[in-house]
Design a protein around this ligand. Structure first.
Ligand SMILES: [Zn+2]
Length: 200
């Protein structure tokens, strides 16, 4: 009989947070490398939402860097006991509802906390505070909204790039650098010819 994993699939594989190109929102994704193509699969989304990126598709260093910044370690859902850590100025990733079944996560900064009561029941803490968020990204960028701790995730500050993403980015970087080296070499040859001319 086939052994079933103890943890849900999401715990094992959807460990990379990716800022999708279509709406610039953050999603839990699973990444895999097929040759020189990076496949990005979104948690809880059907296969037609998958993305594929080729290592050769980044024309310049700027586009490549912008793409690299779209990946990070998965943010962690804030627990009620994390309330004290969510002080003014803390960087978070929070969800906003844009209609039925349209829940998207964007980055924000805690602008202030309206402290409410905390209740304990059977050792479990429940936070009733209100968090004022200043949105850094998304349709509400630049605006303040109020939310509860259930809608907040803690951004993981130590940037540990997933090994699959790191391999792909290394491949893509080499493809950009190679033509640049050729230009430098051609330039040097030109310079040598010039110097030769001067010597003669
Ligand atoms: Zn609280």
């Amino acid at each position: 009989m086939e052994k079933k994993p103890l943890l849900a699939e999401s715990d094992y594989y959807y460990r990379v947070e990716f800022r999708a190109c279509k709406d610039d929102a953050w999603y839990a994704t699973r990444v895999s490398l097929e040759g020189e193509t990076l496949k990005v699969k979104y948690f809880n989304f059907p296969d037609e939402y998958d993305n594929a990126f080729r290592a050769s598709e980044f024309g310049d260093l700027e586009k490549f860097q912008e793409f690299g910044e779209r990946f990070r370690t998965l943010s962690k859902q804030a627990q009620d006991s994390d309330c004290r850590s969510l002080a003014e100025g803390v960087w978070v990733c929070a969800c906003q509802c844009f209609g039925d079944d349209d829940l998207r996560y964007y980055d924000a900064v805690v602008d202030g906390v309206q402290h409410g009561k905390h209740y304990w029941e059977a050792g479990k803490e429940t936070c009733f505070c209100t968090f004022i968020l200043f949105w850094l990204q998304g349709p509400n960028a630049g605006n303040l909204t109020a939310t509860t701790i259930q809608d907040i995730c803690m951004v993981q500050l130590e940037r540990q790039l997933d090994p699959v993403v790191a391999s792909f980015l290394e491949m893509a970087r080499r493809k950009i650098e190679r033509p640049a080296k050729l230009v430098v070499m051609t330039g040097k040859i030109g310079l040598l010819k010039e110097q030769k001319k001067i010597c003669v």
